[in-house]
Design a protein around this ligand. Structure first.
Ligand code: DCP
Ligand code: CA
Ligand code: CA
Length: 370
């Protein structure tokens, strides 16, 4: 089989870069995008920061109060997340990338894999031209820089895209795999988080070449069959996963039958709440948020009616969604005095990913809980 050519693209300091473009006067100074919890004016965590802020040690996940302290002496800008802005920039960039690949897989708001094996004729010099061309198009169109990795599989392409950041491009062809991995820390391997890293350290493993020395049986005994095998192959830069179009669902719904036909809100309410809760949990499990909420009412004459509302901002919060379904149901009952309900349902639509977590990361956190 001909050698595959896979590109991984990750947009640089994505939310903060979108903010710089929305307001160029903040460029060149530290920019911190925050998730305010609303409890006090400073409570919450940093979502991301630009590279100027990172020089001060400000990065995703630290407390906003800590970031403010670290940036005390600078003219930093702190901004709340503007998810809609990032979604629309991301959507347009993904459309461009999809257009330039044989096969395309988006794995997060700011990253994607492109299979360009055919487009590049299996040649890495051509693939590099494709990569640089993509960087140019994305920058020209959206003023966003990105980092690119090009390699024979997804695993290596992802490690490579992280190798020169920001605005880098790293090519690893099949001859360069060993030298590329040599000396890199084990946590460069996607899915190797703090727990696995610590456990590996007890075996004196810190770098990927240390990991190569462990035998597969021992790895499986210590980490389980799946993760053990994965680590064994990853240390050798091996990965067969295809780049696959996994378009995310845009809506989800759930319908149930009431114990008896009724239009009594007190009877309907707990059932509606149960439906809302289980569907919201599914939404959260998928790490998604919804823009609109609908209720579905199927009457005793089997006609179907829906009522919908667009939320002020997309969410996966149970309280907000629950309030909305209750309200919509009340309004439906008030506006249709004669009806008897037989089945009721809810629908969440306008779905999008809720975090910058990539699928590969959530894949590993669900399959190999650390
Ligand atoms: N994100 C977040 N909370 C986190 C991590 C990320 O809200 N703990 C969001 C903000 C990021 C986006 O997801 O801009 C993409 O995440 P990345 O991990 O790719 O980080 P950045 O794009 O911000 O920076 P880098 O240049 O290192 O890729
Ligand atoms: Ca990024
Ligand atoms: Ca990313």
């Amino acid at each position: 089989m001909a050698q595959r050519v896979i590109i991984h693209i990750d947009l640089d300091y994505f939310y903060a870069q979108c903010e710089e473009n929305a307001n160029p006067s903040i460029r060149g100074k530290p920019v911190v995008v925050c998730v305010y919890s609303g409890r006090t004016s400073d409570s919450g965590v940093v979502s991301t920061s630009n590279y100027e802020a990172r020089k001060y040690g400000v990065k995703a996940g630290i407390a906003i109060a800590t970031a403010k302290r670290l940036l005390e002496s600078s003219d930093a800008t702190f901004l709340p997340m503007n998810r809609q802005l990032y979604e629309s920039v991301s959507g347009r960039i993904m459309d461009v990338l999809r257009d330039h690949s044989d096969n395309f897989e988006r794995t997060g708001i700011d990253e994607a894999y492109l299979d360009v094996s055919e487009k590049s004729n299996g040649r890495y010099d051509i693939a590099k031209l494709i990569g640089n061309n993509l960087k140019e198009i994305v920058f020209h169109q959206e003023h966003i820089t990105c980092s690119i990795g090009i390699a024979p599989n997804k695993l290596l392409a992802k490690i490579a895209s992280d190798h020169r950041k920001p605005n880098g491009i790293t090519v690893v062809d099949s001859e360069q795999i060993q030298s590329f991995l040599k000396g890199q820390a084990v946590n460069r391997i996607p899915g190797v988080g703090k727990k696995v890293e610590e456990k590996l350290r007890t075996f004196n493993v810190q770098t990927i070449d240390d990991l190569v020395r462990l035998n597969p049986v021992g790895l499986q005994e210590s980490f389980g069959k799946k993760l053990g095998t994965y680590l064994f192959l990853a240390a050798r830069g091996e990965d067969e996963e295809p780049v696959q179009n996994r378009e995310l669902p845009t809506q989800m719904s759930r319908i149930g039958t009431l114990k008896e036909n009724t239009r009594d809100f007190n009877f309907i309410q707990p059932f509606l709440r149960e439906l809302t809760q289980s569907l919201t949990e599914k939404l959260q499990d998928e790490e998604m948020i919804c823009k609109s909420v609908s209720i579905i009412a199927i009457l005793n004459n089997l006609t179907i009616h829906t009522r919908s509302r667009t939320l002020e901002s997309p969410t996966n919060e149970l309280r907000t969604i629950d309030e909305c379904t209750q309200q919509l149901m009340k309004e439906f009952l008030d506006s249709t005095p004669e009806t008897m309900l037989r089945r009721i349902g809810i629908k969440l639509s306008g779905l999008s990913k809720s975090s910058g977590q990539t699928n590969i990361e959530s894949f590993f956190s669900t399959r190999f809980p650390q």
